[in-house]
Design a protein. Structure first.
Lengths: 224, 224
DNA sequence: GCAAAAGTGTTAGGAGTACACCCATGC
DNA sequence: GCATGGGTGTACTCCTAACACTTTTGC
Protein backbone atom coordinates (compact mmCIF):
# COMPACT_ATOMS: atom_id res chain seq x y z
CA UNK A 1 0.00 0.00 0.00
CA UNK A 2 1.59 3.22 -1.17
CA UNK A 3 1.00 6.24 1.02
CA UNK A 4 0.91 8.74 -1.80
CA UNK A 5 -1.48 7.00 -4.16
CA UNK A 6 -4.02 9.69 -5.05
CA UNK A 7 -6.83 7.16 -4.74
CA UNK A 8 -6.44 7.05 -0.99
CA UNK A 9 -4.22 9.94 -0.04
CA UNK A 10 -5.32 12.47 2.59
CA UNK A 11 -7.92 10.44 4.40
CA UNK A 12 -8.79 10.88 8.03
CA UNK A 13 -11.03 9.55 10.77
CA UNK A 14 -13.55 11.40 12.91
CA UNK A 15 -14.68 10.04 16.26
CA UNK A 16 -18.08 11.48 17.13
CA UNK A 17 -20.27 10.89 20.18
CA UNK A 18 -23.90 11.73 20.77
CA UNK A 19 -24.09 12.22 24.54
CA UNK A 20 -27.60 11.92 25.90
CA UNK A 21 -29.16 12.86 29.19
CA UNK A 22 -32.71 13.05 30.53
CA UNK A 23 -33.85 16.07 32.56
CA UNK A 24 -37.35 16.18 34.04
CA UNK A 25 -38.73 13.77 31.47
CA UNK A 26 -37.03 15.44 28.51
CA UNK A 27 -34.39 13.62 26.49
CA UNK A 28 -31.51 15.92 25.60
CA UNK A 29 -28.27 15.71 23.66
CA UNK A 30 -25.05 17.64 24.13
CA UNK A 31 -24.08 19.96 21.27
CA UNK A 32 -21.08 22.24 20.90
CA UNK A 33 -20.77 25.34 18.75
CA UNK A 34 -17.94 25.52 16.23
CA UNK A 35 -15.54 28.41 16.43
CA UNK A 36 -13.75 27.77 13.13
CA UNK A 37 -14.43 26.95 9.50
CA UNK A 38 -15.88 24.80 8.09
CA UNK A 39 -19.35 25.11 9.59
CA UNK A 40 -18.20 28.03 11.75
CA UNK A 41 -20.97 28.99 14.18
CA UNK A 42 -22.87 25.74 13.65
CA UNK A 43 -23.77 23.35 16.43
CA UNK A 44 -22.39 19.82 16.15
CA UNK A 45 -22.01 16.70 18.27
CA UNK A 46 -18.87 16.33 20.34
CA UNK A 47 -16.02 14.82 18.37
CA UNK A 48 -13.07 15.47 16.13
CA UNK A 49 -10.12 13.90 14.39
CA UNK A 50 -8.66 10.64 15.67
CA UNK A 51 -4.96 10.75 16.55
CA UNK A 52 -2.49 8.18 15.28
CA UNK A 53 -1.49 7.11 18.76
CA UNK A 54 -4.90 6.30 20.20
CA UNK A 55 -7.52 3.61 19.75
CA UNK A 56 -10.95 4.60 18.48
CA UNK A 57 -12.75 4.64 21.80
CA UNK A 58 -9.91 6.48 23.51
CA UNK A 59 -9.99 9.10 20.80
CA UNK A 60 -13.73 9.54 21.14
CA UNK A 61 -13.35 10.05 24.90
CA UNK A 62 -10.47 12.49 24.44
CA UNK A 63 -12.58 14.53 22.06
CA UNK A 64 -15.48 14.51 24.51
CA UNK A 65 -13.19 15.80 27.21
CA UNK A 66 -11.59 18.45 25.01
CA UNK A 67 -14.91 19.81 23.79
CA UNK A 68 -16.94 19.59 27.01
CA UNK A 69 -14.76 18.74 29.98
CA UNK A 70 -16.69 15.52 30.57
CA UNK A 71 -14.69 12.60 31.91
CA UNK A 72 -15.75 9.20 33.20
CA UNK A 73 -18.28 8.48 30.53
CA UNK A 74 -18.85 5.08 29.06
CA UNK A 75 -19.62 5.05 25.34
CA UNK A 76 -20.62 2.51 22.75
CA UNK A 77 -19.79 2.45 19.05
CA UNK A 78 -22.80 2.07 16.80
CA UNK A 79 -21.96 2.92 13.21
CA UNK A 80 -19.49 4.38 10.73
CA UNK A 81 -20.49 7.20 8.39
CA UNK A 82 -18.45 7.70 5.24
CA UNK A 83 -20.18 9.53 2.42
CA UNK A 84 -17.57 10.97 0.07
CA UNK A 85 -18.55 14.57 0.73
CA UNK A 86 -19.39 14.43 4.42
CA UNK A 87 -16.52 16.78 5.21
CA UNK A 88 -15.59 19.64 2.88
CA UNK A 89 -11.94 19.70 3.99
CA UNK A 90 -10.72 16.24 3.14
CA UNK A 91 -12.04 12.69 3.01
CA UNK A 92 -13.14 11.86 6.54
CA UNK A 93 -14.88 8.73 7.78
CA UNK A 94 -16.72 9.13 11.08
CA UNK A 95 -16.91 6.40 13.70
CA UNK A 96 -19.97 7.25 15.79
CA UNK A 97 -20.65 6.49 19.45
CA UNK A 98 -23.44 7.07 21.93
CA UNK A 99 -23.00 7.88 25.59
CA UNK A 100 -25.37 8.52 28.49
CA UNK A 101 -24.60 10.80 31.39
CA UNK A 102 -26.47 12.61 34.12
CA UNK A 103 -26.28 16.27 33.15
CA UNK A 104 -26.97 17.37 36.72
CA UNK A 105 -23.80 15.67 37.93
CA UNK A 106 -21.40 17.23 35.42
CA UNK A 107 -20.25 20.74 34.80
CA UNK A 108 -19.97 21.40 31.08
CA UNK A 109 -17.09 23.60 29.88
CA UNK A 110 -18.73 26.17 27.63
CA UNK A 111 -15.79 27.37 25.61
CA UNK A 112 -12.65 25.65 24.33
CA UNK A 113 -10.02 26.22 21.65
CA UNK A 114 -12.36 24.99 18.96
CA UNK A 115 -15.80 25.65 20.35
CA UNK A 116 -17.56 28.82 21.47
CA UNK A 117 -20.42 27.20 23.40
CA UNK A 118 -21.83 23.92 24.65
CA UNK A 119 -25.32 23.03 25.81
CA UNK A 120 -27.96 20.36 26.23
CA UNK A 121 -30.68 20.42 23.55
CA UNK A 122 -34.03 18.64 23.79
CA UNK A 123 -34.08 16.09 20.99
CA UNK A 124 -37.18 17.60 19.46
CA UNK A 125 -35.60 21.07 19.37
CA UNK A 126 -32.32 20.49 17.58
CA UNK A 127 -30.94 23.36 15.49
CA UNK A 128 -29.46 22.66 12.05
CA UNK A 129 -26.18 20.81 12.63
CA UNK A 130 -22.85 20.99 10.80
CA UNK A 131 -21.35 18.18 8.75
CA UNK A 132 -23.65 15.13 8.60
CA UNK A 133 -24.36 15.31 12.31
CA UNK A 134 -28.11 15.47 11.91
CA UNK A 135 -28.02 12.05 10.27
CA UNK A 136 -25.65 10.74 12.92
CA UNK A 137 -27.84 12.06 15.72
CA UNK A 138 -30.94 10.52 14.21
CA UNK A 139 -29.34 7.09 14.09
CA UNK A 140 -27.78 7.58 17.52
CA UNK A 141 -31.20 8.11 19.02
CA UNK A 142 -32.54 4.96 17.40
CA UNK A 143 -29.56 3.07 18.73
CA UNK A 144 -30.06 4.47 22.21
CA UNK A 145 -33.68 3.37 22.11
CA UNK A 146 -32.69 -0.13 21.07
CA UNK A 147 -30.09 -0.28 23.85
CA UNK A 148 -32.28 1.02 26.62
CA UNK A 149 -34.62 -1.94 26.21
CA UNK A 150 -31.93 -4.61 26.36
CA UNK A 151 -29.18 -3.31 28.62
CA UNK A 152 -28.56 -1.47 31.86
CA UNK A 153 -27.25 1.56 29.98
CA UNK A 154 -29.46 3.79 32.15
CA UNK A 155 -27.27 3.02 35.12
CA UNK A 156 -25.31 6.11 34.07
CA UNK A 157 -28.39 8.19 34.84
CA UNK A 158 -29.15 6.47 38.12
CA UNK A 159 -25.82 5.57 39.73
CA UNK A 160 -27.45 5.80 43.17
CA UNK A 161 -30.94 5.36 44.53
CA UNK A 162 -34.06 6.01 42.50
CA UNK A 163 -37.77 5.32 42.62
CA UNK A 164 -39.57 3.23 40.06
CA UNK A 165 -41.89 6.04 38.93
CA UNK A 166 -38.77 8.12 38.38
CA UNK A 167 -36.97 5.63 36.16
CA UNK A 168 -40.21 4.82 34.38
CA UNK A 169 -40.47 8.46 33.37
CA UNK A 170 -36.98 8.22 31.91
CA UNK A 171 -37.84 5.14 29.88
CA UNK A 172 -40.93 6.89 28.63
CA UNK A 173 -38.96 10.01 27.68
CA UNK A 174 -36.40 8.11 25.65
CA UNK A 175 -38.82 5.70 24.02
CA UNK A 176 -41.51 8.34 23.62
CA UNK A 177 -44.09 5.88 24.85
CA UNK A 178 -46.18 5.34 28.01
CA UNK A 179 -46.18 2.24 30.18
CA UNK A 180 -48.69 0.86 32.64
CA UNK A 181 -47.36 1.39 36.19
CA UNK A 182 -48.04 -2.14 37.37
CA UNK A 183 -46.60 -3.85 34.32
CA UNK A 184 -43.55 -1.62 34.22
CA UNK A 185 -42.71 -2.37 37.83
CA UNK A 186 -43.30 -6.09 37.39
CA UNK A 187 -41.08 -6.24 34.33
CA UNK A 188 -38.27 -4.17 35.73
CA UNK A 189 -38.16 -6.17 38.95
CA UNK A 190 -38.30 -9.48 37.10
CA UNK A 191 -35.10 -8.56 35.29
CA UNK A 192 -33.01 -8.95 38.39
CA UNK A 193 -31.17 -5.73 37.57
CA UNK A 194 -32.26 -3.60 40.50
CA UNK A 195 -32.70 -4.21 44.21
CA UNK A 196 -34.72 -2.73 47.03
CA UNK A 197 -32.76 -0.52 49.43
CA UNK A 198 -35.47 -0.70 52.15
CA UNK A 199 -35.54 3.07 52.13
CA UNK A 200 -38.10 5.48 50.83
CA UNK A 201 -37.80 8.81 49.13
CA UNK A 202 -39.94 11.12 47.11
CA UNK A 203 -40.20 11.82 43.44
CA UNK A 204 -43.24 13.73 42.25
CA UNK A 205 -46.02 12.32 44.34
CA UNK A 206 -47.07 12.98 47.87
CA UNK A 207 -46.72 9.43 49.04
CA UNK A 208 -43.08 8.41 49.58
CA UNK A 209 -41.87 5.77 47.14
CA UNK A 210 -39.51 2.87 47.72
CA UNK A 211 -35.92 3.47 46.73
CA UNK A 212 -34.13 0.98 44.51
CA UNK A 213 -30.64 0.84 43.07
CA UNK A 214 -28.97 -0.98 40.20
CA UNK A 215 -27.20 -4.17 41.13
CA UNK A 216 -23.61 -4.59 40.07
CA UNK A 217 -24.66 -6.82 37.21
CA UNK A 218 -23.20 -6.77 33.74
CA UNK A 219 -25.83 -8.92 32.08
CA UNK A 220 -27.68 -7.61 29.09
CA UNK A 221 -31.34 -8.51 28.87
CA UNK A 222 -34.45 -7.78 26.88
CA UNK A 223 -36.41 -5.15 28.74
CA UNK A 224 -39.37 -4.04 26.61
CA UNK B 1 -7.83 20.84 10.25
CA UNK B 2 -4.29 20.76 8.90
CA UNK B 3 -3.48 17.90 6.58
CA UNK B 4 0.11 17.54 7.66
CA UNK B 5 -0.33 17.51 11.42
CA UNK B 6 1.69 14.50 12.56
CA UNK B 7 -1.08 13.59 14.99
CA UNK B 8 -3.36 12.54 12.17
CA UNK B 9 -1.21 12.33 9.07
CA UNK B 10 -1.14 9.18 6.93
CA UNK B 11 -4.38 7.59 8.01
CA UNK B 12 -6.44 5.32 5.84
CA UNK B 13 -9.65 3.30 5.77
CA UNK B 14 -10.11 -0.39 5.09
CA UNK B 15 -13.42 -1.79 3.94
CA UNK B 16 -13.62 -5.47 4.85
CA UNK B 17 -16.42 -7.98 4.26
CA UNK B 18 -16.96 -11.40 5.74
CA UNK B 19 -18.90 -13.24 3.03
CA UNK B 20 -20.75 -16.28 4.31
CA UNK B 21 -22.37 -19.20 2.60
CA UNK B 22 -23.83 -22.52 3.74
CA UNK B 23 -22.99 -25.74 1.90
CA UNK B 24 -24.60 -29.01 2.95
CA UNK B 25 -25.21 -27.82 6.47
CA UNK B 26 -21.76 -26.28 6.91
CA UNK B 27 -21.36 -22.53 7.40
CA UNK B 28 -18.40 -21.23 5.42
CA UNK B 29 -16.66 -17.91 4.89
CA UNK B 30 -14.75 -16.66 1.87
CA UNK B 31 -11.03 -16.07 2.43
CA UNK B 32 -8.37 -14.84 0.01
CA UNK B 33 -4.63 -15.45 0.18
CA UNK B 34 -2.34 -12.44 0.16
CA UNK B 35 0.31 -12.20 -2.53
CA UNK B 36 2.24 -9.27 -1.05
CA UNK B 37 3.63 -7.99 2.22
CA UNK B 38 2.52 -7.42 4.89
CA UNK B 39 1.06 -10.81 5.84
CA UNK B 40 2.24 -12.27 2.52
CA UNK B 41 0.89 -15.80 2.14
CA UNK B 42 -1.72 -15.35 4.88
CA UNK B 43 -5.43 -15.81 4.38
CA UNK B 44 -7.66 -12.78 5.04
CA UNK B 45 -11.23 -11.66 4.49
CA UNK B 46 -12.05 -9.84 1.25
CA UNK B 47 -11.34 -6.15 1.49
CA UNK B 48 -8.82 -3.39 1.04
CA UNK B 49 -8.32 0.34 1.06
CA UNK B 50 -11.22 2.70 0.47
CA UNK B 51 -10.82 5.12 -2.42
CA UNK B 52 -11.45 8.83 -2.06
CA UNK B 53 -14.14 8.86 -4.69
CA UNK B 54 -16.42 6.15 -3.36
CA UNK B 55 -18.79 5.73 -0.43
CA UNK B 56 -18.06 3.07 2.18
CA UNK B 57 -20.44 0.43 0.92
CA UNK B 58 -19.43 0.97 -2.70
CA UNK B 59 -15.81 0.57 -1.71
CA UNK B 60 -16.54 -2.64 0.14
CA UNK B 61 -18.33 -4.05 -2.92
CA UNK B 62 -15.54 -2.97 -5.25
CA UNK B 63 -13.03 -4.75 -3.06
CA UNK B 64 -15.19 -7.88 -3.01
CA UNK B 65 -15.31 -7.83 -6.79
CA UNK B 66 -11.59 -7.17 -7.21
CA UNK B 67 -10.57 -9.95 -4.85
CA UNK B 68 -13.14 -12.60 -5.78
CA UNK B 69 -15.09 -11.65 -8.89
CA UNK B 70 -18.35 -11.63 -6.92
CA UNK B 71 -20.94 -9.07 -7.98
CA UNK B 72 -24.55 -8.57 -6.99
CA UNK B 73 -24.07 -9.11 -3.30
CA UNK B 74 -25.90 -7.20 -0.63
CA UNK B 75 -23.86 -6.35 2.43
CA UNK B 76 -24.45 -4.80 5.81
CA UNK B 77 -22.06 -2.74 7.93
CA UNK B 78 -21.69 -3.99 11.49
CA UNK B 79 -18.66 -2.45 13.19
CA UNK B 80 -15.48 -0.41 12.86
CA UNK B 81 -12.15 -1.77 14.05
CA UNK B 82 -9.38 0.68 14.82
CA UNK B 83 -6.68 -0.52 17.16
CA UNK B 84 -3.56 1.60 16.69
CA UNK B 85 -1.44 -1.29 15.47
CA UNK B 86 -3.99 -3.25 13.45
CA UNK B 87 -2.01 -2.59 10.28
CA UNK B 88 1.81 -2.53 10.29
CA UNK B 89 2.02 -0.21 7.27
CA UNK B 90 0.16 2.86 8.44
CA UNK B 91 -2.77 3.80 10.64
CA UNK B 92 -5.78 2.07 9.16
CA UNK B 93 -9.32 1.92 10.51
CA UNK B 94 -11.44 -0.93 9.15
CA UNK B 95 -15.16 -0.62 8.45
CA UNK B 96 -16.47 -4.17 8.53
CA UNK B 97 -19.41 -5.69 6.66
CA UNK B 98 -21.11 -9.05 6.40
CA UNK B 99 -22.62 -10.53 3.26
CA UNK B 100 -24.40 -13.76 2.43
CA UNK B 101 -24.24 -15.47 -0.94
CA UNK B 102 -24.93 -18.89 -2.39
CA UNK B 103 -21.49 -20.29 -3.19
CA UNK B 104 -22.94 -22.76 -5.69
CA UNK B 105 -24.25 -19.92 -7.81
CA UNK B 106 -21.02 -17.95 -8.08
CA UNK B 107 -17.70 -18.70 -9.66
CA UNK B 108 -14.88 -17.41 -7.48
CA UNK B 109 -11.85 -15.91 -9.21
CA UNK B 110 -8.92 -17.68 -7.59
CA UNK B 111 -6.08 -15.30 -8.39
CA UNK B 112 -5.92 -11.53 -8.76
CA UNK B 113 -3.27 -8.80 -8.70
CA UNK B 114 -3.12 -8.93 -4.94
CA UNK B 115 -4.24 -12.44 -4.06
CA UNK B 116 -2.89 -15.85 -4.98
CA UNK B 117 -5.94 -17.92 -3.98
CA UNK B 118 -9.54 -17.72 -2.77
CA UNK B 119 -11.70 -20.35 -1.13
CA UNK B 120 -14.60 -21.11 1.17
CA UNK B 121 -13.56 -22.20 4.67
CA UNK B 122 -15.82 -23.90 7.22
CA UNK B 123 -16.09 -21.54 10.15
CA UNK B 124 -14.71 -24.13 12.54
CA UNK B 125 -11.65 -24.71 10.36
CA UNK B 126 -10.27 -21.23 9.85
CA UNK B 127 -6.49 -20.91 9.40
CA UNK B 128 -4.61 -18.11 11.16
CA UNK B 129 -5.62 -14.87 9.45
CA UNK B 130 -3.60 -11.75 8.66
CA UNK B 131 -4.18 -8.34 10.23
CA UNK B 132 -6.97 -8.42 12.87
CA UNK B 133 -9.23 -10.45 10.63
CA UNK B 134 -9.72 -13.24 13.13
CA UNK B 135 -11.32 -10.76 15.50
CA UNK B 136 -13.38 -9.25 12.68
CA UNK B 137 -14.56 -12.68 11.54
CA UNK B 138 -15.54 -13.67 15.07
CA UNK B 139 -17.70 -10.60 15.47
CA UNK B 140 -19.04 -10.94 11.93
CA UNK B 141 -20.34 -14.40 12.75
CA UNK B 142 -22.08 -13.15 15.88
CA UNK B 143 -23.65 -10.38 13.86
CA UNK B 144 -24.79 -12.82 11.18
CA UNK B 145 -26.41 -14.96 13.86
CA UNK B 146 -28.23 -11.98 15.27
CA UNK B 147 -29.42 -10.96 11.81
CA UNK B 148 -30.60 -14.37 10.70
CA UNK B 149 -33.18 -14.44 13.47
CA UNK B 150 -34.68 -11.05 12.71
CA UNK B 151 -34.44 -10.53 8.97
CA UNK B 152 -34.82 -12.31 5.65
CA UNK B 153 -31.09 -12.14 5.04
CA UNK B 154 -31.17 -15.81 4.05
CA UNK B 155 -33.04 -14.91 0.91
CA UNK B 156 -29.60 -14.61 -0.68
CA UNK B 157 -29.13 -18.33 -0.11
CA UNK B 158 -32.59 -19.28 -1.33
CA UNK B 159 -33.51 -16.91 -4.15
CA UNK B 160 -35.72 -19.62 -5.68
CA UNK B 161 -37.63 -22.59 -4.36
CA UNK B 162 -36.62 -24.51 -1.28
CA UNK B 163 -38.05 -27.03 1.14
CA UNK B 164 -38.56 -26.32 4.81
CA UNK B 165 -36.23 -29.09 6.00
CA UNK B 166 -33.58 -27.58 3.74
CA UNK B 167 -33.81 -24.05 5.11
CA UNK B 168 -34.10 -25.42 8.64
CA UNK B 169 -30.75 -27.12 8.17
CA UNK B 170 -29.30 -23.75 7.16
CA UNK B 171 -30.65 -22.02 10.25
CA UNK B 172 -29.25 -24.81 12.36
CA UNK B 173 -25.84 -24.57 10.69
CA UNK B 174 -25.52 -20.84 11.25
CA UNK B 175 -26.93 -20.80 14.76
CA UNK B 176 -25.27 -24.08 15.70
CA UNK B 177 -28.49 -25.25 17.30
CA UNK B 178 -31.24 -27.78 16.55
CA UNK B 179 -34.94 -27.00 16.16
CA UNK B 180 -38.01 -29.16 16.46
CA UNK B 181 -39.41 -29.80 12.96
CA UNK B 182 -42.98 -28.97 13.88
CA UNK B 183 -42.18 -25.78 15.77
CA UNK B 184 -39.74 -24.58 13.13
CA UNK B 185 -42.27 -24.98 10.34
CA UNK B 186 -45.01 -23.36 12.36
CA UNK B 187 -42.86 -20.37 13.24
CA UNK B 188 -41.45 -19.84 9.76
CA UNK B 189 -44.87 -20.00 8.14
CA UNK B 190 -46.38 -17.67 10.71
CA UNK B 191 -43.88 -14.98 9.73
CA UNK B 192 -45.54 -14.39 6.41
CA UNK B 193 -42.16 -14.32 4.72
CA UNK B 194 -42.48 -17.40 2.54
CA UNK B 195 -45.24 -18.89 0.41
CA UNK B 196 -46.21 -22.30 -0.88
CA UNK B 197 -45.49 -22.89 -4.57
CA UNK B 198 -47.81 -25.92 -4.78
CA UNK B 199 -44.91 -27.91 -6.11
CA UNK B 200 -42.80 -30.58 -4.50
CA UNK B 201 -39.14 -31.38 -4.70
CA UNK B 202 -36.60 -33.43 -2.84
CA UNK B 203 -33.96 -32.51 -0.34
CA UNK B 204 -32.43 -35.36 1.62
CA UNK B 205 -35.36 -37.59 2.36
CA UNK B 206 -37.14 -40.13 0.26
CA UNK B 207 -40.51 -38.51 0.55
CA UNK B 208 -40.88 -35.42 -1.66
CA UNK B 209 -41.23 -32.16 0.26
CA UNK B 210 -43.32 -29.12 -0.50
CA UNK B 211 -41.50 -26.29 -2.19
CA UNK B 212 -41.71 -22.77 -0.81
CA UNK B 213 -40.20 -19.47 -1.86
CA UNK B 214 -39.53 -16.14 -0.20
CA UNK B 215 -42.16 -13.51 -0.79
CA UNK B 216 -41.02 -10.13 -2.07
CA UNK B 217 -41.31 -8.63 1.40
CA UNK B 218 -38.88 -6.20 2.92
CA UNK B 219 -40.11 -6.43 6.49
CA UNK B 220 -37.72 -7.38 9.23
CA UNK B 221 -39.10 -9.62 11.95
CA UNK B 222 -38.06 -11.58 14.96
CA UNK B 223 -37.61 -15.17 13.88
CA UNK B 224 -36.22 -17.20 16.80
C1' DG C 1 -41.73 -54.55 3.48
C1' DC C 2 -38.59 -51.66 5.44
C1' DA C 3 -35.67 -47.74 5.96
C1' DA C 4 -35.56 -42.70 5.80
C1' DA C 5 -37.16 -38.45 5.91
C1' DA C 6 -41.64 -35.42 5.54
C1' DG C 7 -45.74 -33.98 7.45
C1' DT C 8 -49.00 -32.93 11.15
C1' DG C 9 -51.82 -31.30 16.34
C1' DT C 10 -52.17 -30.85 21.21
C1' DT C 11 -50.95 -29.39 25.62
C1' DA C 12 -48.69 -26.93 29.37
C1' DG C 13 -46.03 -23.06 31.02
C1' DG C 14 -44.39 -18.32 30.77
C1' DA C 15 -44.60 -13.61 29.20
C1' DG C 16 -47.18 -9.68 27.92
C1' DT C 17 -51.19 -6.84 28.37
C1' DA C 18 -55.17 -4.86 30.16
C1' DC C 19 -57.49 -3.24 33.95
C1' DA C 20 -59.49 -1.00 39.29
C1' DC C 21 -59.01 -0.26 43.86
C1' DC C 22 -56.72 1.01 48.29
C1' DC C 23 -52.76 3.63 50.64
C1' DA C 24 -49.79 7.35 52.48
C1' DT C 25 -48.94 11.86 52.57
C1' DG C 26 -49.31 17.33 52.19
C1' DC C 27 -52.15 20.89 52.45
C1' DG D 1 -61.04 15.52 54.26
C1' DC D 2 -59.47 15.73 49.82
C1' DA D 3 -56.23 15.80 46.14
C1' DT D 4 -52.10 13.58 44.38
C1' DG D 5 -49.35 10.23 43.06
C1' DG D 6 -47.64 5.29 44.93
C1' DG D 7 -48.49 0.55 45.44
C1' DT D 8 -50.64 -3.97 44.45
C1' DG D 9 -53.30 -8.69 41.97
C1' DT D 10 -55.92 -11.10 38.60
C1' DA D 11 -57.55 -12.80 34.21
C1' DC D 12 -56.88 -13.33 29.30
C1' DT D 13 -54.14 -13.94 25.33
C1' DC D 14 -50.34 -15.27 22.81
C1' DC D 15 -46.01 -17.31 22.05
C1' DT D 16 -42.89 -21.04 23.03
C1' DA D 17 -41.49 -25.67 23.86
C1' DA D 18 -42.17 -30.35 24.37
C1' DC D 19 -43.71 -34.42 22.45
C1' DA D 20 -45.43 -39.27 18.85
C1' DC D 21 -47.51 -41.13 15.13
C1' DT D 22 -48.69 -41.48 10.14
C1' DT D 23 -47.32 -40.80 5.14
C1' DT D 24 -44.66 -41.14 0.98
C1' DT D 25 -41.14 -42.72 -1.46
C1' DG D 26 -36.65 -45.65 -3.02
C1' DC D 27 -34.67 -49.76 -2.73
Amino acid sequence: MKKNNALYKNQGIHVITAIFTVEFGITKVLLVKRKNEPYKGDWILTGGALYNNEDLEDGAKREIFEKSGITDISIEQFKAFGKVDRSPVMRMVAIAYIGVIDSSRVKIIRETNNTSNADWFPIDKIPGLGFDHEEILKEALLYLQSKIVTTDILKALFPNEFTIPEIQKTYEAILNKKFDRRNFRKKLLSLDLIEDTNKTGKFEGKKPAKLYKFKDTIESKKVF
